[in-house]
Design a protein around this ligand. Structure first.
Ligand code: CIR
Length: 258
C-alpha cells in the first residue's frame, strides 16, 4: 500500500458536447455523448465507492479532450507538476487545471521546457516511469526529473511502443510491485524487476486500468483479462469505455488521483 495505489482524492472533468471533436489516431466512429456521460458517471461512482472524495469539474467546450484530465498534471504526495501537452489543441487545458490543483496542494510546479503528457507517466511505489512517445520527449522527461527527484521520486525514461499514444495506453499498476501490460510493452523489458501480468492477445485495450484503493477499475468487455485479474485476487470494477476508446482514452486518462 503506497502513494501509487492508495488515494484520498481525485479530480475528473465531465465531457463537453465538443468531445465528439476530440483527437483520435483513427476514426472508428463518432462517440455517443449520452453513453459517454453515463460511463463517466459510473467511473466517478466507482472512485467514490472506495471512500475517495472526487472533485467533478464542469465541461469545457473549448477543449474537446478536456475530460482526459490525467494528461495535464502529475500528482505526487509532495506536490503537483503541471505537464506540457504536445497536442496544440490541448495545451490550454493546463491553465484550467492549475487553480483546481492549487486548491488541493501547497506546491504546484509548472514545467517550462520540453513536452510531456500525464498519460506517459506511470507512478509505481519505487519510481516514476516515463515513456518517450509522439507526445513526450527527453527534454520533458528531464524537466520532470528535475522537480520530482527533489521530492525523492526517481524518474526512469522508457519507451512507449511505436504507434501507441501513451505509455499507459499499454499498462497499468495493479499493486506496488505488479503491473498489467501488453505483450508488446512487457517485451521491451521496461518492467524488469516487477511482477508483470500480460494482457491476453486480442484484449490489449484492457491494459489501461487503474488501481484505486482496494479496487482495479478496468474497461468493460475484456472477459479474459477480467478473469485473470479475478483469479489473481484483484477486486475488479469494469466500466464502459467504448465511447472514450473512440478518442484513444481510457481508465487512467479520466482522472487525477492523489
Ligand atoms: C488525445 O489524443 O490526447 C485524447 N484524444 C486522448 C487522451 C488519452 N489520455 C491518456 O491516455 N492519458
Amino acid at each position: 500500500m503506497s502513494h501509487a495505489t492508495h488515494f484520498t482524492r481525485a479530480i475528473v472533468r465531465r465531457p463537453a458536447d465538443s468531445a465528439v471533436d476530440g483527437l483520435r489516431a483513427e476514426d472508428i466512429g463518432t462517440p455517443d455523448l449520452g453513453a459517454m456521460r453515463a460511463d463517466h458517471a459510473a467511473y466517478v461512482a466507482a472512485l467514490e465507492e472506495t471512500g475517495a472524495s472526487v472533485t467533478v469539474l464542469p465541461p469545457l467546450p473549448a477543449y474537446p479532450d478536456a475530460q482526459f484530465v490525467e494528461d495535464t498534471a502529475l500528482c505526487l504526495p509532495q506536490g503537483a507538476v503541471l505537464m506540457r501537452p504536445s497536442a496544440p489543441s490541448r495545451a490550454g487545458e493546463v491553465a484550467t487545471i492549475e487553480p483546481v490543483l492549487r486548491d488541493h496542494y501547497e506546491t504546484v510546479v509548472p514545467l517550462t521546457r520540453g513536452r510531456i503528457e500525464g498519460g506517459d507517466v506511470l507512478v509505481s511505489a519505487r519510481e516514476v516511469l516515463v515513456g518517450l512517445s509522439a507526445r513526450t520527449d527527453t527534454v520533458g522527461v528531464a524537466a520532470l526529473r528535475a522537480v520530482t527527484e527533489g521530492w525523492g521520486h526517481s524518474v526512469r525514461e522508457v519507451r512507449t511502443p511505436a504507434g501507441v499514444l501513451h505509455l499507459k495506453t499499454d499498462c497499468g499498476l495493479l499493486a506496488d510491485d505488479t503491473v498489467l501490460a501488453t505483450e508488446r510493452l512487457a517485451a521491451s523489458g521496461c518492467f524488469d524487476g516487477y511482477r508483470v501480468l500480460r494482457v491476453p492477445a486480442g484484449e490489449e485495450a484492457a491494459a489501461n486500468c487503474i488501481r484505486f484503493n482496494d479496487v482495479v477499475i478496468m474497461p468493460a468487455g475484456f472477459p479474459r483479462t477480467a478473469e485473470m485479474l479475478d483469479r489473481e485476487g484483484f477486486a475488479i470494477v469494469p466500466i464502459g469505455n467504448a465511447e472514450c476508446a473512440k478518442l484513444d482514452g481510457g481508465m487512467s486518462c479520466l482522472s487525477l488521483r492523489f
